[in-house]
Design a protein around this ligand. Structure first.
Ligand code: 13P
Length: 252
């Protein structure tokens, strides 16, 4: 059975002090009221070491939002998978549509990042999802399949066990426009079938497939009730303890 997960993606928000305050607030809230799912917070690089020190990693796992496509060396400004791992982080988000679109991350670059992340013992939250134009042309299945084939389907089944998939329709990210639970379930079920074809039914059933895109406490219960939605990757609503906790509580 796939693990149930609620993961936060802070994106480029919160300075160091604000980030520590948010992580501490979430830690306190979940110590008082234990979650019924795995909780992950993915923070900017600068927060990782300090937040790692303050967290109880049994209750809240830590992740980065990106890592380099090179192992080490003269790549000014880059942060390697090994460096991320050394902070105590367990996860890294790769393939987010914002990185694909604004930083020109191609499937080939993402494949390098996935390989380096896994080689350094990180688990990967790998994002896929179609644009509004692609959805209107009914291309969502082809887009998701191609993104999987382009960057993660070269992995062995054993390696693939360290991949969490996040389906994030680009038209729903930060727009307040959520996919309906039915729309999301339809594509999640398709994604699981594609994984089953490649790795078999057991691996597919064990793969967590998260929904992302304007997920909030108000719509999370309906989304998470669907059989192929194993949780959420949360942007805006991960930036306040009460909002994020509200989504975590959808698993209760
Ligand atoms: P929002 O929850 O702000 O729509 O962002 C979703 C997302 O991109 C998470 O990675």
């Amino acid at each position: 059975m796939a693990k149930k997960i609620v993961a936060g993606n802070w994106k480029m928000n919160k300075n160091l002090q604000e980030g520590i305050e948010l992580a501490q607030g979430l830690k306190d809230a979940l110590a008082a009221d234990k979650p019924n799912c795995e909780v992950i917070i993915c923070t900017p690089f600068i927060h990782l070491a300090k937040v790692s020190d303050l967290l109880d990693h049994k209750t809240i796992k830590l992740g980065a939002e990106n890592c380099a496509d090179k192992a080490s060396g003269a790549y000014t400004g880059e942060v390697s998978a090994e460096m991320v791992k050394s902070t105590g982080a367990e996860y890294v988000i790769l393939g987010h549509s914002e990185r694909r679109e604004y930083y020109n991350e191609t499937p080939a670059i993402l494949k390098e990042k996935v390989d380096l992340a896994l080689a350094n013992g990180l688990k990967v939250i790998f994002c896929i999802g179609e644009s509004l134009k692609q959805r209107e042309a009914n291309e969502q299945e082809a887009v998701c399949k191609a993104e999987l084939e382009g960057s993660v389907f070269h992995l062995s089944a054993e390696q693939f066990a360290n991949i969490v998939i996040a389906y994030e329709p680009i038209w729903a990210i930060g727009t307040g426009k959520t996919a309906t639970a039915e729309q999301a379930e339809e594509i999640h079920s398709y994604i699981r079938s594609v994984i089953a074809k490649k790795y078999g039914d057991k691996v597919a059933a064990d793969t967590s497939i998260l929904y992302g895109g304007s997920c909030k406490a108000s719509n999370a219960p309906e989304l998470f009730a669907k059989p192929d939605i194993d949780g959420g990757l949360i942007g805006g609503a991960s930036l306040k303890v009460a909002d994020f906790k509200g989504i975590i509580d959808a698993w209760k």
